[in-house]
Design a protein around this ligand. Structure first.
Ligand SMILES: [Zn+2]
Length: 269
């Protein structure tokens, strides 16, 4: 496939995903039956060319056979909720002129071969067994993929979206934002976290994680990376918020505004 055809195919897939995840039926979508793996070099996943735009790489947490957390109070699995919200954030960022690259669209993910090449180009060691063959595009593989995009195109921000859960503590309700203390952009990421926390009504807890505790997606590569937990699937109030399309849209806008402001102020320094 040539690049334009591939881009059209990806755009169509993204539209289909948006349509299936934004309504109540999204909750019924079976993540196990509709995934596709790119099988050879010719069949790689396409992403848009930045053409001088700011690049934001969005990572919908989980996906494929990995549904993430699940709860009777949340409409859909964590994988479905993060994908639906990721697509809204993408839309808002694109309205503001950013080039948005997704690690996956919930339907197609890169092949093992492509991840091997990505690991090579990002200079990351990759253990083949961890993979994709089980139809799990793991956080480790998504991070490698993002690091190779950062190598090739540059990434102004990588943002992974998740929903948290905790047993026996239904009272815990909050946003959490994590970054790796060893990231070369750690100071600037700290500022972005504060700006996000302010936009999220100061209900966000910020973690500057040491290497042992940091999430894998925030540790691979040297581009600025954040992981944002959008609430707890074990808390009724957080679920009501996560289920609401009105909240999702306003959240996506707040995130996009804050991220774009941060990227431009960071680059002025
Ligand atoms: Zn998660």
């Amino acid at each position: 496939m040539n690049r334009i055809v591939k881009l059209l195919a990806v755009a169509l897939i993204a539209c289909m995903t948006l349509a299936s995840c934004s309504g109540a039926e999204g909750a019924e979508q079976n993540t196990e039956d509709n995934s596709t793996v790119a099988e050879n070099e010719e069949d790689t996943i396409a992403y848009p060319t930045p053409d001088g735009k700011k690049v934001v790489c969005l990572d919908a947490g989980h996906g494929f056979r990995d549904i993430g957390c699940d709860s009777d109070m949340m409409e859909g699995t964590e994988a479905q909720v993060t994908m639906a919200i990721t697509l809204l954030v993408k839309q808002e960022l694109e309205k503001m002129g950013a080039c948005v690259i997704l690690t996956h669209d919930g339907i197609t993910h890169p092949s093992a071969e492509e991840i091997k090449r990505a690991a090579n180009s990002a200079g990351v060691e990759y253990e083949e067994e961890s993979i994709i063959e089980n139809d799990i595009f793991s956080a480790y593989e998504r991070a490698i993929y993002a690091a190779s995009i950062a190598e090739e195109e540059g990434i102004d921000l990588f943002l992974s979206l998740h929903v948290n859960s905790i047993e026996n503590h239904p009272e815990i309700s909050r946003y959490e934002i994590d970054y790796h203390s060893g990231n070369p952009y750690a100071n600037a990421l700290g500022e972005l976290c504060s700006a996000l926390a302010e936009r999220l009504d100061n209900e966000a807890v910020i973690f500057e994680d040491e290497t042992e505790k940091a999430f894998i997606v925030t540790k691979i590569g040297s581009h600025p990376s954040l992981l944002l937990e959008m609430g707890y699937s074990t808390n009724a109030e957080d679920c009501a918020r996560l289920n609401s399309n009105v909240w999702r849209e306003s959240f996506a806008k707040e995130i996009a505004d804050t991220v774009m402001e941060w990227i431009s102020s960071y680059e002025e320094k």
